[in-house]
Unconditional design. Structure first.
Length: 107
């Protein structure tokens, strides 16, 4: 019997100064595929982290992330910031940065 791995996705929204990122979408299988497809259609960066998605999927929609997830989510936001910065100006990007984006980003 073949064991098929369940696909799972979550999307976060963060605006600098709003406080904590908010869970705006989550789902398994077909819903997860739709979340990823919509993100791609809108040019939203996708970060693959099954462990983080597993924890986020336990939250209710519109919940802000809890303090124990700050470091994990901040690293995802920093990853997205670096991707966007590289697309704008590849030569001007430092190897490591902790800056966060100024505009909203579902993750």
């Amino acid at each position: 019997m073949e064991h098929q791995r369940r696909q799972r996705a979550a999307a976060l929204h963060y605006t600098k100064g709003q406080g904590r990122p908010t869970l705006v979408a989550k789902g398994d299988d077909d819903v997860a595929e739709q979340i990823v497809a919509i993100a791609r259609e809108h040019g939203v960066p996708i970060h693959h982290d099954p462990a983080l998605v597993g924890v986020l999927s336990r939250l209710d929609l519109d919940d802000q992330i809890p303090p124990p997830l700050f470091v994990a989510v901040a690293s995802v936001l920093a990853f997205i910031y670096r991707l966007q910065a590289e697309q704008e100006s590849p030569a001007a990007i430092p190897e490591s940065t902790s800056a966060l984006p100024d505009n909203p980003h579902p993750i």
